[in-house]
Design a protein. Sequence first.
Length: 548
Amino acid sequence: MVKAALANSLWWLAGGPSCVAFASALDDPSGTQEQILRRFLRDNSDTAFGREHGLAEVRTPEQFARRVPARDYDEMRPWIDRVRGAEPQVLTTEPVRRLVPTSGSTAARKLIPYTASMHREINRAIGPWVFDLYRGQPRALLGPSYWSISPQSQGKTECGEESSVPIGFDDDAAYLGAWRKHIVNAAMAVPGGIKDITTIEDWRYATLLCLLRRRDLSLISVWHPSFLTLLFVAMRNDWDRLVNDVAEGTCAIRHHLTPALATSMVDRPNRRRAEELCLYGHTAIDRVWPRLKVVSCWTDGHAAPAAAELARSMPSVAVQPKGLIATEGVVSIPFQGRHPLAIRSHFFEFEDNAGRLSLATDLKPGHYYTVVLTTAGGLCRYRLGDRIEVNGIVGRTPSIRFVGKSALISDRMGEKLSDGFVATVLDRLFVAFESRPSFAMLAPDVDACGCRYTLYLSADVPIAGSSELDALLSTNPHYAYCRRLAQLLRPRLFRLSGNPYVAYCDRLRQAGHRLGDIKPVGLSCLDGWSSYLPGRYIESVNEKLSRP
């Protein structure tokens, strides 16, 4: 506990100066953003990308927008492939240290360039967030933390894996840079070597064993809240074995692990801790970890129902909504109870529904935008594909919430359904009920009759029927046109049973996605989900959801 408290305190104190600078920058977003753009142009004008786009002649954001078209990953990929092939000074004058893999729930893997300056940009956001978190929850400094560590994927990898630049980090803490990595790892309740376990059952077991041994666990940080919910399900299923291992200092899956990891999983017997666990049981999360103060996770967009369920399972623990943080960059952070833009990290532009671009200072509360990002890693006017709503102001800087992925589009017949639009449809569909279903996903469905969309829906809320769904989807003129031409059939409903998120993750892991990268979406471009998710089609749209 002393080691963790010392490491946490060092990390907290290290974030103090960046927190002060961030708080000051919130009052001057325009000047801060201009400085970041000038630095990017100064450092990267003499690169292959910079020379092709005439960055040396750019002086203003307006000139920047005229010189450089906004791009998605596929359009940036030829440049990143040149970096991968060891060509110097392609996107940045600095050497690219790593190409960091990331993926959406349906998209192919992307490789994001990281430089030393990119690490500094990340830490200009993470520092204020961590400082503000511990300032608000000082007792969380006293114990070890769990920051989600994903197992290795068992699925297919991207072809053409060869790269002269290292791909990925050894562990998740390496995103923070060299010395911060060592501080953070010293405060961790679960060793980084857990990620090398490829069997999902063994990975969950080893993770839980490490966590249950730490009565003093004080903070948990995961991405999607279902990541943690599924750990709790596994804890319930393996409770007796886990408690016995805590008592005996053993590890029931030791023979499945590498020798080094197996050795690290053996601990001193702790019968007192095991007796305490037996007394409280696996359902009393607050008592299993009595010093747990904060769980940090996504709570916006499609994560909202799972976050609410997680909060109900441990009422004495504060659930802190995460900001919009992606491998490509940090867009917002939790700070002073809101989620202001990470104004000191990257250069931001925002595209509205009409395709007009705005700077951070021009955003209007209540309006929706998609994010365009320029980073020191070399992404230049990169369409992140994240749709946001401005929900307030901190100082003079907008505070935002994540709505959905605008770049995720299903287009089988020309219907052009985006994740952001589908998120709005689902909001309207469930508006009459006190809470959203724990799982709701729209996906194309192709059979001998033709193509239609199916709403896969957990059975914890009622729903009016497929006619209402069809009407809401038809507010998209492209979808309505396809329906009029009978290119798309009337949508239908699929009632889910059991734990659909487990099956959802299993399908995507088999396709090569890392567990930590998998995010539930309101829209999937994949079809055939009825073969993977437990449940059945609803034949009568008005049948009661209380029926088995």
